[in-house]
Design a protein around this ligand. Structure first.
Ligand SMILES: NC(=O)c1ccc[n+]([C@@H]2O[C@H](COP(=O)([O-])OP(=O)(O)OC[C@H]3O[C@@H](n4cnc5c(N)ncnc54)[C@H](O)[C@@H]3O)[C@@H](O)[C@H]2O)c1
Length: 374
């Protein structure tokens, strides 16, 4: 069996989630690759200590270069603040490691292009993280579009909504400061999740008009004072995508302040004959529109129908750890040349294209004009 030995750089929120995916890799059925977390790097000692509970981890270090130099590591997953993406991704690739990058794949468009260049030059296998399309409902949306029958496309809407920033007393963190998160702000934070499925369906924006909002300009710094909070909080990107020679309106929504939305990822595609709508707020439910003699929205209850079969019962609910495992299975399968017809992770070209959209959105908002994207 193919083995994939992984090193994690950045053991924060996502580094730990990823460790949990490798800890239950054996639930994947007849999967051709065996994955193991063998090395972890984090600059914080308390974070490194946490990883002592993972028995397969043999290397714990504060220096990423030590993981990159480790011949026992095949793949690195790098989950650090955005201003560190470019230098660490490029160092990993030059050291000969394959890479599952985190979004937004560099702090800005120029960084994303440079990372893609090094990926090409080194020939390493590189993909970027985006796990929500592995929800069974999201996969069914893609099937519905690919199978046709929607008629002439009317509208596409895709988004990711959070709400905890509604609280003005929520302390600041690196995701809320431009120097660490990037000038694209919430688009860098939530945007990759929003574009993965539309881009994969061929819905690439040609024009964008963006509305960006900064709501709170400072937040508690956690030490009794206040700190600047200068990132864009909410972004609405009104775009045109060309489908079968027609311009179709597509709206991409990324919000940190959306009342009541804790982690709602959604996509809707409507046509004259059919439509499909899915939101992780109702994780089991797929809404399908059919226009026959009468018009009807059908509500379909889904179970645990994953792209990569697991031992979990077919009627059980799917959650975040399940889709993260699926995303990693997709990465491992594609890396081994065994993806077949299944969904692959975001490619470097798609990541660069997302940055092209976000850069155009910044300019659009600044100038209050429509901007060409590609
Ligand atoms: N795919 C998703 O659903 C998802 C969700 C959240 C965040 N992210 C992305 O993951 C990345 C990390 O976000 P997070 O929420 O895990 O952040 P986090 O702040 O929770 O964790 C980042 C970790 O990186 C460590 N770190 C900082 N500099 C380092 C260095 N030079 N070397 C090694 N470790 C270093 C920090 O000590 C911290 O433990 C970001 O790119 C973010 O956009 C993805």
């Amino acid at each position: 069996m193919n083995k994939m030995r992984v090193g994690v750089i950045g053991g924060g929120l996502m580094g730990k989630e990823v460790a949990s995916a490798f800890g239950r890799w054996f639930v994947l059925q007849d999967f051709p690759v065996q994955a193991e977390l063998v090395a972890v790097c984090d600059v914080q000692e308390s974070v490194r200590e946490w990883f002592r509970r993972v028995p397969t981890v043999k290397q714990l270090t504060a220096h990423a270069s030590e993981v990159f130099a480790n011949p026992e590591v095949d793949v690195v997953y790098i989950a650090v603040p955005h201003h560190l993406h470019e230098s660490l991704y490029i160092e990993a690739l030059r050291a000969g490691k394959d890479l599952l990058a985190e979004k937004p794949f560099g702090i800005d468009l120029a960084a994303a292009i440079r990372i893609r260049e090094v990926a090409k030059e080194t020939g390493r296998f590189v993909r970027c993280s985006s796990e929500f399309p592995f929800m069974p409902g999201a996969l069914r949306v893609m099937d519905a579009v690919k199978n046709g029958g929607l008629g002439r496309l009317l509208e596409i809407r895709s988004g990711f909504h959070h709400s905890s920033d509604l609280d003005p007393l929520k302390p600041v963190n690196w995701k809320r400061q431009v120097k660490f998160c990037g000038a694209i702000g919430v688009m860098g934070d939530l945007g990759m999740h929003t574009i993965h499925v539309p881009f994969r369906l061929g819905y690439k924006p040609t024009r964008v008009y963006a509305q960006l909002q900064k709501i709170y300009h400072e937040r508690p710094d956690g030490k009794g004072g206040m700190a600047p909070c200068d990132t864009w909080d909410n972004a609405l990107l009104h775009t045109d995508v060309a489908v079968d020679g027609n311009d179709v309106p597509a709206r991409f929504e990324m919000k940190r302040l959306a009342p009541g939305e804790t982690n709602s990822w959604f996509i809707e595609v409507f046509g004259t004959d059919g439509g499909v709508r899915y939101n992780t707020k109702e994780p089991k439910t797929l809404h399908l529109f059919e226009r026959g003699k009468e018009q009807a929205w059908k509500r379909l209850e889904l179970g645990h129908q994953m792209a990569f079969p697991v031992i979990t019962g077919g009627i059980f609910e799917v959650g975040f750890p399940d889709i993260l495992l699926q995303m990693w299975a997709s990465f491992a399968a594609e890396r081994a040349g065994l993806l077949g017809h299944r969904l692959g992770c975001v490619t470097p070209d798609e990541a660069v294209a997302s940055h092209e959209l976000f850069a155009a959105a910044l300019l659009s908002h600044e100038t209050k004009t429509v901007q060409l994207v590609f």
